[in-house]
Design a protein around this ligand. Sequence first.
Ligand code: NBG
Length: 830
Amino acid sequence: MERAQPAQAAATAAHERTGLDAASLAGAISSHLRYTVGRLPALATPHDRYLAVALTVRDRLQHRWAATTLRYLQPGTRVGCYLSAEFLLGPHLGNNLLNLGIEDAMREALASLGDDLDTILGQEEEPGLGNGGLGRLAACYLDSAATLQRPLVGYGIRYEFGIFDQEIRDGWQVEVTDKWLARGNPWEIAKPEVAYLVSWGGHAESWRDDQGRERRRWVPASQVHGVAYDTPIQGYRVDTCNTLRLWSAQAVQSFDVDAFNTGDYYSAVSQKVKSETVSKVLYPNDEPAAGKRLRLSQQYFLVSCSLQDMLALLARAGDPVEAFADRFAVQLNDTHPAIAVAELMRLLLDEYALTWDQAWAITVRTFGYTNHTLLPEALETWPLPLFAELLPRHLEIVYEINARFLDLVRARFPGDEARVRRMSLIGEEGDKTIRMAHLAVVGSHAVNGVAALHSALLGTSLLRDFHDLWPERFSNKTNGVTPRRFVALANPGLRRLITREVGDGWLTRLEALRGLAPHAEDPGFRAEWRAVKRANKARLAAYIASTTGVLLDPDWLFDVQVKRFHEYKRQHLNVLHIVSRYRRLKADRGFAPPPRAFVFGGKAAPGYFLAKRIIKLIHAVAATVNADPEVNTRMRVAFVPNFNVQNAVLVYPAADLSEQISTAGKEASGTGNMKFTLNGALTIGTLDGANVEIREEVGADNFFLFGLTVDEVARLRRDGYRPEACIGADGELAAVLDLIDGGHFSGGDRQVFDALVRNLRHEDPFLVLADYRAYLDCQARVDEAWADQERWTRMSILNAARAGKFSSDRAIREYCDDIWHLPPVSVALG
Ligand code: NBG
C-alpha cells in the first residue's frame, strides 16, 4: 500500500478541521465523537452528538478567529472594547452555522450519519449571562460588529450561574439555579495563561520612587485571579471572527499562608472558596440596582481584568502607554462598569507613573458611556463606607476627580452651589454615596441614550446639568437587533419569502426590506405572508401546549407581551383589558369580538413582590378563562415559562400584535418591540422609547397608538394624580378591579391580589388606571382591523418592510463612526 506523503497528510488533516462540505463535516463529527467527546457512536446520547457537532463547527471558526486576532495585534489597529456585566448570547450552534453559511451542508452531514439537525440544536444549553434587554443588546452588537468587520472585543464575566430558570408552580414563579456549565461548554476556550490579579481592601499609602517623586500606592488585603475564557463571535459570511472574553475568578495559589501554617487548613480552603464567589452568579435584578458588596466586587473584577488585559496587549504590540486611547475605545454598557474610570486612572498613575493631567486626558479620550434607564431606582450609587472599605485607593482618586470637576463647575457657574451639589460625584443627601452615573459622564468623552426620546429626556432631566456643561458630549444611538438571529434563524419561512422577493442582501442591509412594500398590494403575496405567520403560530401553539397544556388556535389573533416583569412595563394593564373582555363576554352573549390568544412571558426579579403577584394574576385569570366554555371559544390566556433566547425565537415570529405599553418616559428603548415589528407584528403601544421611532418608520396608520404622552404624564403628576378619580369615572374599570380583589380568579381568596389591586387603587405609580380607557378603546380598533384580514396583512407587510432602521448593524455603525472611530478591518485567511 502506498503511504500518503507528509504534506498531503497534513492537508487532509487540516481539511478535516476546516472543510465546509457535508462529507468533511460528517467525518469531523464522527472523529470528534470518538476521540474528543470519547463516546462510541452506538452509545452516544444526543448531547454527546451535539458536543461533537459543536466542536466540529468550532474548528471551522478557529482559523478565522486566529487570523482576526493576529490582525488586531498589528501596530496601529484600533480596537473597541465593549465592557458589559451582561451578554445574553443565546444558543451558538444555529447562529454559527448561519454565519458560516453551512446550514445545508450540516443538515446533509447529519442525515448521512442518521442524525438530524433539529434534535442536535435542541440539545444546547443557552448561556444566560444576562437579565434582559441590556444583555441581549450587547450580544446583538457583538454579532453586528463582527459582521461589519469592526474590531470589537466584548469583555464580561463568566458567571457560573446565569439568570435563573423560571418554573411555574401553582401559578407562582419559582427560581431554579441555572447550571449552564454542568455538561461542559464547547464554545469557550480557557486561557489560563491570560490571568490578572485583582485586589480588594487594605489601604493606600505614600512612597517615594527612585526619581524622588512622591507617589501613592495601594496595599490591598486580598486578591483573586481573573482567568480569561474566550468565545468566538463569527461575523455573517465574512472571515472576521471576533472575541468575547469572559473572566472567571480563581483563587491565587498562595492563599492565606498563615492560616495554613498554623494548621487551619479548612479555613484556608474556605478563604479560597470565598474568593472565587465573585464570578459565581449573575444578579437577577433587571433594573433596580442591587447595592450589594458582592455586586461591587463583580463590577470591579470585570473592569480591572479587562483594563489590565488592554494594557498587556498594548505592551505586546510595543506601544507606549501614552498611546492607550489611540489603540482602545472602551464603551461602558450602563454604569455597571463605570468604576473603570477610577481604575484606569489608578493604573496610569500608580503603575505607570503618569501625571494626573496625562492620565486624565487618556481616560476621557478612552471612555464612552451608554445610559440605559431613567428610572431613579435603577441608578447605581454605592454607600461610601462600602466603597472605601473595598476600594480605598479608588476612593482617593474619585475624590480628586470630583474636586477638579467641581472647580470646573464653579468656574462655569459661579455662585451656583445648588448645581455643584447636584453634580457632585458624591451624594450627600442622607448617607454619603458614590454616584456612578456622574463618574461615568465625567470620565467619558461621549454619552448616549438608546432611543431618540430617551436621549432627549436624558439631556433635559436626569443628566441635564451635565448637558448644560458639555452639550457636545451627548448623542443618541437608537438600539437595534440582529436580523440574522431574530429574523433569519427565528423565522425560516419569512426568510425564504423575503429572499425570494428582494434577494438575500437584506441580511446585511436591512433597509432592503423596503422592497417588500409594493407586494403589500398583491393579494397572492398577502396570502403567502399569512401562511408563514400561521405556520409560526402553529409552531408556538405546539410549544405552549407541550410546556403548559394550554391549547391555542393558530387562526386566532395572537396578542403577545414578552419581557421582564416590571410595574412600569404594565403587564397589569394588559390583564385589566383581558378581564374587561372576559366580563363583557360573560355579561353579553351578543358580544362577539374576533377570538384572541393572549400570550405572556418573562421573569420577575426574585425579590420583586408586585411583579411576582402579576405573574400569579395572569395564571389565575388564565385558569378561569381557559376553563370556561362560555368564553374560551373567544379568548384564551397562556404564559410561556422561562422566557429566554431559545424560546424567544419561537415567540416573536408568531405574534400578530406586539404589546409595548409602558408608561411614557419609562422604557428607555425596548428591543423586543423591534423584533416583533421585523417579524410582521403590529404594535399596540405608547409614545415611549423606540416605539416613537417605530411608529415614525412604519407610519401612524400602521401602528395602534394610545395613552398619555411624556408631557401629559408630567402634567398629571404635577396636578396631583388620583387613581380613585379614574375608578369613580369608569364603571367598567371599577367592576374589573372588584372582580380581581373580590377573589373571582382566586377561588374566593381576597388576600392574594389585595396588595396589587390596593396599589393600583390608591397609588398607581405607573398610571395604569389613567391609561385604561384609552387602552381599551385602542384594543377595539385592533379588533376592527383584524376583522379585515386583507387590511391587517397589508399593515403587517408594511411594518416589516419599513423596519430596516432597527438593525443592530445600523446602530453599531453609528457607534463605530461617531464614538469609537473604528473603520472596518478586513481579515485575510493565511
Ligand atoms: C434597558 C432598558 C430597555 C432597553 C435596554 C437596552 C436596563 C438598565 N435598561 O428599554 O430598560 O431597551 O436597556 O438598551 O436594563
